[in-house]
Design a protein around this ligand. Structure first.
Ligand SMILES: C[S@@+](CC[C@H](N)C(=O)[O-])C[C@H]1O[C@@H](n2cnc3c(N)ncnc32)[C@H](O)[C@@H]1O
Length: 414
């Protein structure tokens, strides 16, 4: 028995497109479960899988990608706080937010921190957070985080909202935790959201990339049901093209990947026809083992080289910020100056590509992404954005190739 039966089961059960996580991931997960269960062959394991909900969850845990960190895609959180500032000021009601998938909690807790820092009180925030992974949710409940959850240079929020436990571990404050309700759910199960759920904003970032096109459309249908009429839908940077093709319009919040429903949305946005994933039976004993992650330790760098790297990164960050505020011309100029001064780099070219894309210069965006990939063939974001551009101009085969390359690289770095 080969991996394809397990791949089909995972696809039907949780929407996973096995090619999106890289070749061999499902086979390795099954091999790992064979060892863990002591079962001798894949046929015996297959029968165990179909019979035991606990084993189903174990296989799901073995293939999910829980990668996340605080303030990932910071522009989205800035944009959210700005968009709802008038509601905060008028004091009329609670803000309702959905984070799906929430993984180990960094995304919904970032929502809470960003809004508390913008002047909201915990009583007026309701953040529902869902994920299919019991282990990720166990870690979110525990709310103790290490270096891998704190990336980037601006970490002032950590001093405001966390308590140092020593050994590089940080405990999130009770004030932030109280804003978030954690739930387990499979996004493919249409019933998991209460009927009256109408969220002001939905964060569904870095999930659709793991689904095949049909499952993506179904998932966007579930989200459409959850979102208030004029609500904001935030997706991952590599998922924006899909939303445009499904009747959402950019909310014009640069770099935030935020969308609103178009007034005359096409039928794909309606709740999809009754269909549900095979139900996952409730677990008898939730496994509460957090996934162990290796701490990220950068290789030692000589001081001078480190300072130069920091300056280069700072210039690009400045360009990013300008683009974030809609100053595309200035941002593009800084990128060009940066490229002239420091020579071509994948990051600078990728950023140029994003800026050209945001201003509708698709040919220049494509050129920039291709150059970025020439320098760094495994630059996943460039691969995904190039795929979207190729899709948009009808080059489905080219787009597929780029996605396959992105999946391969993601699989290797997982
Ligand atoms: C890469 S993380 C994204 C977390 C966060 N949204 C972010 O962007 O940082 C993907 C998460 O999707 C969850 N997931 C995968 N399939 C799911 C499904 N069918 N229903 C709910 N969650 C799912 C996984 O458990 C994993 O935690």
């Amino acid at each position: 028995m080969d991996a394809s039966a397990f791949e089909r089961w995972l696809k039907t059960t949780m929407g996973l497109d096995a090619s999106s996580v890289g070749p061999g991931v499902v086979a390795r997960a099954v091999a790992g479960r064979l060892r863990a269960t002591g079962l001798g062959d894949a046929g015996a394991y297959w029968r165990r899988l179909l019979a035991q909900p606990l084993e189903q969850q174990e296989l799901i845990e073995a293939v999910v990608v829980p990668e996340t960190w605080f303030f990932r895609g910071v522009e989205a959180f800035d944009a959210l706080a700005r968009a709802f500032a008038p509601l905060r000021a008028d004091g009329s009601r609670t803000l309702r937010l959905l984070s799906l998938p929430c993984s180990t909690g960094e995304e919904p807790y970032t929502l809470a921190m960003a809004l508390l820092d913008a002047g909201w009180t915990p009583e007026r925030l309701r953040i529902d957070a869902y994920d299919i992974s019991e282990r990720a949710l166990a870690k979110a409940t525990h709310a103790v985080y290490g270096a891998n959850s704190f990336r980037g240079r601006e970490l002032a929020y950590r001093d405001r909202h966390f308590r140092a436990l020593g050994h590089g571990r940080w405990q999130l404050s009770a004030q932030v935790r109280q804003c978030v309700r954690l739930h387990r759910a499979n996004v493919l199960d249409l019933d998991f959201l209460p009927a009256q759920a109408t969220y002001d904003a939905v964060f569904c970032r870095n999930l659709l990339i793991y689904f095949d096109p049909d499952t993506q459309v179904r998932t966007v249908g579930v989200l459409a049901r959850a979102l208030a009429e004029d609500g904001l839908l935030f997706v991952g940077a590599a998922e924006t093209g899909l939303l445009l093709s499904l009747g959402y319009a950019s909310a014009q919040m640069p770099m935030a990947a935020a969308f609103r429903r178009q007034r005359s949305a096409p039928p794909a946005l309606a709740v999809p026809e009754p269909w549900r994933a095979p139900a996952l039976a409730p677990l008898r004993a939730p496994p509460a083992r957090p996934i162990a992650r290796p701490a990220v330790r950068p290789a030692p760098t000589p001081v001078a080289a480190a300072a130069a790297t920091a300056t280069i990164a700072a210039t690009l960050e400045q360009a990013r910020r300008l683009a974030d505020h809609g100053a595309f011309e200035q941002a593009a100029e800084i990128c060009q100056a940066h490229l002239r001064a420091h020579g071509p780099s994948a990051e600078a070219l990728y950023l140029s590509g994003l800026i050209h894309g945001a201003t509708g210069e698709d040919a220049r965006a494509e050129d920039a992404f291709r150059k970025a990939l020439y320098l760094q063939p495994d630059h996943t974001e460039s691969l995904m954005h190039l795929a979207l551009l190729l899709d948009a101009k009808g080059d489905a085969a080219g787009a597929r190739l780029m996605r396959q390359r992105a999946s391969r690289h993601r699989g290797r770095s997982a």
